[in-house]
Ligand binder design. Sequence first.
Ligand code: PHE
Length: 365
Amino acid sequence: MSKDAAKIKYPLPLQLKQTINMIKEFESAKEILSEIESTQPTTAAELEAFRIKYLGSKNIIKPLFAQMGKIEPAERKNYGLLLNELKTTAEEKFKQIQDSLNSDKSREKKTTPDLTAPPGTLEKGARHPVDIVMNRVISIFQKIGFTLSDDREIEDDWHNFTAMNTPEDHPARDMQDTYYLKDLEGMLLRTHTSSVQARVMTQTQPPIRIIAPGRVYRNETISARSHCQFHQVEGLYIDTDVSFADLKQTLLHYAREMYGPDARIRLRPSYFPFTEPSAEVDVYWGLESETDYRITKGTGWLEIMGCGMVDPQVLENCGIDPKKYSGFAFGMGIERQALLQYRIEDIRWLFENDVRFLRQFHSAI
Ligand code: PHE
């Protein structure tokens, strides 16, 4: 019929002209519809061509919508329905083929790996510098007979302070700003690993020879040199006839293992409520470069821990007979030693977990 209509020559009476036009629009819509139905894109490129032609911003269905005004009012509804069908047919077909192409692709990926592709590289993990230093400390002391004691970070007042000879009105409590737990009466985040001394001594009778590594908390302003959380390794040795000489020799052994056979240490008199006498331990770092000057504040020595002979009162508090036994204890900071060993300038970097920083550390232990 369209062919006949197309043969009719102009000028024609208006009504007939409209009928022919109308027929023409209907026909081209129908043609596009059958074209859509018979097209079968099989590749991503063909599908894209299909999309551009029927669904793109300049698709060939659009102009047909513009013809709506020319269609006889009685036929407009049918024309509209036909165009909508065109559109939805194209959309559905596109979606269906797209889905099947995608699932082909993933099936292909699953079943046929490219055996010629070069192997991907597996990123090697790196230990955290605090872990590296802590593991070294632990292994040095384990080799000379210390065993590992692990205990809680949320402590009660008694184990953290009272047992350690630091009663409530003791000025030493002001030495450490403590995080007390609001909802847990009498509980706090331990301010030092010395709380583990009390835990062990109340549970075991001497001989005791333990190290206790772990995290501690102090309410300190965070800066390049101090943090509100850090790690310590506590050491405790109690037996008959333990002397200050034993302490000093043990620490010298530690320093040599950790900092090399030529390492030197010095003990400076100090004060801790739970040891008597007490000392602070420095290792000789050297005073050659500008960095040595900066790190050691011009002395060449670096403080790495506190130590002393366990105060007899502490032994008694924990149920150990001070007349029979004596002992030494020490508590060392781990971050401090990590900063020194790796020349890290800011303690905060140890807690930020920035992989660009952490990737730089490799160690066997
Ligand atoms: N607990 C002390 C501190 O946190 C260190 C220490 C431990 C001192 C054991 C003496 C004996 O600073």
